[in-house]
Design a protein around this ligand. Structure first.
Ligand code: DMJ
Length: 636
């Protein structure tokens, strides 16, 4: 599709030619006569225009369409499908600082020249014992043939025929003006909350990992501007131009990974690598891809273990890795929830090493004994690659995103990797068989834990990712009872908020199962804190997208208001609190986690939006830190 015609043309008025005859000879003579009547200047202009058209014609010939798809043509095609995002992008283009070295890439959506070639062809297709369509082999091949060609940018600009399905799969209904106005006011409330959080971060923690809003200072974890990076794509999606531009400036000028610092592999993958990759995809700005490549390669030493199960910690400056001081175990959720990001990095760079490393982990976990009906223990040893602390099963901390990433990798790869799907389906059955119970008095369905055969009615707030994941699976054709379970569980997650005095969920709930209990949810004193976590809002978003049932938006709206009431710090920022049961003194903990901006506010915004194409779930899959990554095109 070409841009609309511009008005800077030369007008030629040809003389009247009398009666109309359409014979070939007449047309030839007439044209020649008119040509001769033209002035030299006019003829030169026409010849020049023809030359120009010829050059354009060559440029759009089939061998070069790949290049153009990466450039202007691709962008315009994208405009039509995701107008909101693309319009923002074009606006941002004009305000973002333009680095001299980037100028010529300004309109390119893809990396300038990515070396991939022969080695990518070797191992990938047999990886994980399935036909692998993940790495875009076709495009890699094109690259090898074409010498200087780049891999396609179709990951970012997912065209209709390449997405796993069409937009129409997302439920679309016509909204009446009143509900559109309501939606807009709620969206504005989320933008306002973001601006308030950003104000605190900017004033007291700029460039540092986390804001401490009460003491008006900051906390450092990795020393890499965690909150700023986690928040990049949220600002983009919310349309916060100025905030995005200043953050981009910091990434360009200040962000360096060449630091003698230990980082946690999982946390830096989901927040930093994931955040940079998704921002690259949304903006097409190569700065973010370069940074993603840098951090991605610096994290790779984590995989240098006897078992190939990665260590938890990496020194990104020295290139060394190690387990935590007290153990040689890694957490199962951590080693199995870095796959979406490293697989995508392989696809973008054409270098299979990232994908090979993380898929090796999946391959091993797939085969390991020690599972119960598809449920995994919480720890895995980096020396021998075996599960440790067996017999304990939870969908909460240390295991949660293992289940999430089984489904999401299967979606990311175009639903071809059967082992991932099998493991996911088996695990859902395992949850139903071993971990589901009903509470009293209201009969809420909840997910408990199993410890050596003993059931505990304990449910982490973290488990509230599950309704959203189940709903996503059902959207992708998995059994309808997954959706039914999702609806029951999201009701429970909402009640974990609604039954508290502040209307905010505790970190951990215990459900009553005995006759005569006055309330479903009990909270132990040590579990009464709220860290501004996203999981319930995340699941509300999925449930609303797929069902359009307004109650999910209403529940989300109540939660947002309670965050504003009990966690908002007047001078800027939001704080986690110690006691969700104490209206008078929720007791601020003085910390705003980066995921509040990266995830919680983003999911609020998407929940209140009536536009199913705003990060379409048929085109993007969210990593566990709410960073949307493209679903890979099917291999043609
Ligand atoms: C986030 O970092 C991620 O969502 C992770 O999967 C779980 N914990 C936090 C949010 O609660």
């Amino acid at each position: 599709m070409l841009p609309p015609s511009r008005k800077d043309f030369v007008s030629l008025t040809l003389g009247e030619s009398g009666s109309y005859s359409n014979s070939k000879q007449w047309r030839r003579q007439s044209c020649w006569r008119k040509w001769k009547q033209l002035s030299r200047l006019q003829r030169s202009l026409i010849l020049f225009t023809l030359m120009l058209l010829l050059v354009c014609g060559i440029a759009t010939s089939p061998t070069l369409t790949g290049h153009l798809r990466d450039g202007v043509v691709g962008e315009n095609a994208y405009d039509g499908k995701q107008p909101f995002v693309v319009n923002l992008k074009n606006e941002y283009r004009s305000i973002l600082p333009e680095l001299p070295s980037e100028k010529k890439d300004y309109h390119r959506r893809g990396p300038p020249v990515l070396q991939n070639r022969s080695q990518t062809k070797t191992n990938i297709s047999s990886l994980f014992g399935v036909q692998n369509k993940g790495l875009d082999l076709k495009n890699v091949d094109k690259g090898s043939e074409g010498g200087n060609k780049i891999i396609s940018w179709r990951g970012a600009v997912i065209e209709d025929e390449q997405a796993s399905d069409t937009d129409t799969k997302d439920t679309e209904i016509q909204e009446d003006p009143a509900s559109l106005a309501l939606a807009e006011s709620r969206l504005e409330a989320v933008r306002e909350a973001f601006r308030h959080a950003w104000k605190g971060y900017k004033n007291f923690a700029w460039g540092h990992d986390e804001l401490k809003p009460v003491s008006k200072s900051y906390g450092e974890w990795f020393g890499l501007g965690l909150t700023l990076i986690d928040a990049l794509d949220t600002m983009w999606i919310l349309g916060l131009k100025e905030e995005f531009a200043e953050a981009r400036q910091w990434v360009a000028k200040e962000l360096s990974f060449d630091k003698n610092v230990d980082v946690n592999l999982f946390e830096s993958t989901i927040r930093i690598l994931g955040g940079l990759l998704s921002t690259y995809h949304l903006t097409g700005d190569s700065l973010f891809l370069e940074k993603a490549k840098d951090i991605g390669s610096r994290l790779m030493p984590a995989f240098n273990t006897a078992s190939k199960i990665p260590f938890s910690d990496v020194n990104i400056g020295k290139g060394t890795a190690h387990p935590p001081q007290w153990t040689s175990d890694s957490t199962v959720a951590e080693v199995t929830s870095i796959q979406l990001e490293f697989r995508e990095l392989s696809r973008l760079t054409g270098d299979p090493k990232y994908k090979l490393a993380v898929m090796e982990v999946m391959k091993q976990v797939h085969k390991l004994s020690g599972k119960q009906d598809g449920l995994v223990p919480m720890f895995i040893n980096t020396n021998n690659g075996l599960f440790t602390h067996q017999g304990m099963y939870t969908l909460g901390a240390r295991a949660d995103s293992y289940y999430e990433y089984l489904l999401k990798q299967w979606i990311q790869g175009g639903q071809t990797e059967k082992e991932l799907l099998d493991d996911y389906l088996q695990a859902v059955e395992g949850v139903k068989k071993n971990l589901l119970r009903k509470s009293t008095p209201s009969g809420l369905t909840f997910v408990g834990e199993l410890s050596h055969g003993h059931f505990s009615p304990k449910m982490d707030h973290l488990v509230c990712f599950l309704p959203g994941t189940l709903a996503l699976g059902a959207h992708y054709g998995l059994p309808a009872d997954h959706m039914e379970l999702a609806k029951q569980l999201i009701e429970t997650c909402y009640q974990m908020y609604a039954q508290m005095e502040t209307g905010l969920s505790p970190e951990i709930a215990h459900f009553n199962m005995h006759e005569g209990s006055p309330q479903d949810v009990d909270v132990k004193i040590a579990d009464r804190h709220n860290l501004l976590r996203p999981e319930t809002v995340e699941s509300l978003f999925y449930l609303y997208r797929f069902t359009k049932d307004k109650k999910y938006q209403q529940w989300g709206w109540e939660i947002l208001q309670n965050f504003n009431k009990y966690t908002r710090v007047p001078t800027g920022g939001y704080t986690s609190i110690n006691n969700v049961r104490d209206l008078a003194n929720p007791n601020p903990r003085d910390k705003m986690e980066s995921f509040f901006l990266g995830e919680t506010l983003k999911y609020f915004y998407l929940l209140f939006s009536e536009d199913p194409k705003l990060i379409s779930l048929d085109k993007y899959v969210f990593n566990t830190e709410a960073h949307p990554l493209p679903i890979w095109p099917q291999a043609e």
